[in-house]
Design a protein around this ligand. Structure first.
Ligand code: SF4
Length: 458
């Protein structure tokens, strides 16, 4: 980190605390025990987790465009704060904050207050889901870049260096509330190719790095609000392997998490990637997101992935009921799911399964069947996610009310349909997790904290 130089761009990564106290979640101070847990959590995450992938990718592209860039993770940790203040005392032209894991205004307000106090003319640029989805967060910054921002951020910094204020930059538009935003790209538009990420802000204790082989998603599930769905663009497999080899050489890293929405959606790419990894001699350990239908379509895939170092898959299963899978537009049925899972279980790759509880068509009986299905199979862990309704899903239900069991109400948790409402689905989620864990005599099934009706998005 170039602490004594004046950066054009200071990139900042942080994430919300797990304990945010009672009452107004973003403002209330947690109890003492919560504060201690939060501090321990933040310290451990800083030591062992690298920054979100956006930060090293943004840094690499901005540097390639000729800008001077510094990055800092978790700047308000006691032992990071001095370095953060010193960077700000050099008055960077812009500060870019990723809100990939900041969904409330508490922490980001404190970071921005520090920037405004020490370097009031620094232009604050926000990116990531938190800012994209929250008007309150967007209002804290001077400009929000939506979607992927490597290309556009480098252009914004060039414009700032040329003296153009954000409200005069081409493509910048004011929202109804007056906050300024500019659109980035859904996939790789705006950059020539992905550069090797700049991991200079990562703690040396990080042993597992995120990596991306594609952007977007081939599929078009009805409940999914991912803007990049219905189209996936893959990087050349050789380029991905080159990035992994570089991470090993520079940082001694052999463990990777692919962040792609579904790494296995193109079997041809996947088989090429596995073959290149085997030939590279990297002997990496890696994990990825996938869907069971990929292993049914390409029966050799699971074995190829094991041979190339895959140890764990986050498997989006979502439902085992054909009428629900059809409403979800998953493009697979229960038979496909069973055959695909069987291949992966047999290969020895550990499976974390993801299921949605409460989608239109769900009843108490279907939840019981889902719990039994999970109990009878050797999942390592399972998330049971209570259905959260996206605005797109609400529109779809209005067009086809019978197909979606007369789903109505407010996104994300204020919904009801013929079978249940959010609260009933949440209670069934907790019931199913208990039932599965009792059957396995081991905590296997979890209801993520975001299921809680009091956890945002509401
Ligand atoms: S596979 Fe996942 S990311 Fe792709 S559309 Fe379906 S839910 Fe969304």
């Amino acid at each position: 980190m170039a602490e004594e130089q004046t950066p054009d761009l200071l990139l900042i990564d942080d994430e919300d605390d797990p304990f945010r106290g009672k009452g107004a979640a973003d403002t209330a101070a947690p109890e003492d025990a919560g504060r201690i847990i939060n501090m321990g959590f933040r310290a451990a995450r800083w030591a062992f987790e690298p920054p979100k992938l956006a930060v090293p990718l943004l840094s690499a592209q901005a540097k390639a465009a000729g800008h001077m860039v510094a990055s800092i993770c978790r700047p308000l940790l006691p032992w990071k704060r001095k370095a953060f203040r010193r960077l700000l005392e050099n008055h960077p032209l812009a500060a870019g904050i990723t809100t990939v894991a900041m969904f409330e205004t508490g922490l980001i307000s404190r970071i921005i207050a520090e920037i405004r106090e020490i370097s009031p003319h620094t232009v604050i640029i926000l990116g990531g889901h938190g800012a994209e989805n929250s008007r309150e967060i967007r209002a804290l910054g001077d400009l929000t870049i939506t979607r992927h921002g490597e290309g556009i951020l480098a252009e914004v910094i060039t414009a700032l260096k040329n003296g153009t204020p954000p409200d005069r930059m081409p493509g910048v538009a004011a929202d109804a509330d007056g906050s300024l935003s500019i659109q980035g790209s859904l996939r790789y538009e705006g950059i020539q190719h992905v550069l090797r990420p700049d991991w200079s802000a990562a703690s040396s204790a990080c042993r597992r790095y995120p990596i991306e082989a594609s952007r977007g998603c081939t599929f078009n599930c009805s409940y999914c609000g991912f803007p990049g769905k219905a189209g996936q663009v893959f990087r050349p497999a050789a380029e991905v392997v080159d990035e992994m080899l570089y991470a090993r050489e520079m940082h001694g890293i052999r463990c990777f998490d692919f962040v792609d929405s579904s790494l296995t959606s193109d079997p041809e790419f996947m088989l090429e990637l596995c073959s290149s990894l085997r030939k590279s001699g990297l002997r990496a350990d890696w994990r990825c997101f996938a869907r069971p239908d990929a292993f049914d379509r390409a029966p050799e895939l699971a074995a190829e992935m094991v041979a190339a170092g895959c140890s764990r898959i986050f498997m989006g299963i979502e439902s085992i009921h054909d009428h629900i899978l059809s409403g979800m537009r998953r493009g697979m049925n229960r038979a496909t799911i069973e055959r695909g899972l069987e291949k992966v279980f047999k290969s020895g790759i550990k499976i974390h399964g993801n299921f949605i509880i409460g989608f239109p068509g769900e009843t108490e009986m279907t939840v019981k069947e889902t719990a039994e299905f999970i109990s009878r199979r050797p999942f390592s862990t399972v998330y049971l996610c209570t259905f959260g309704m996206s605005p797109e899903m609400l529109e779809l239900a209005a067009k086809e009310p019978a197909r979606y069991a007369h789903l109505s109400g407010k996104p994300a948790k204020g919904w009801r349909h013929d079978g249940m409402d959010y609260l009933a689905a949440y209670n069934l989620t907790l019931w199913a997790a208990r039932k599965i864990n009792l059957s396995k005599l081991w905590p296997t099934a979890f209801s993520p904290g975001s299921n809680n009706p009091n956890h945002p998005p509401y």
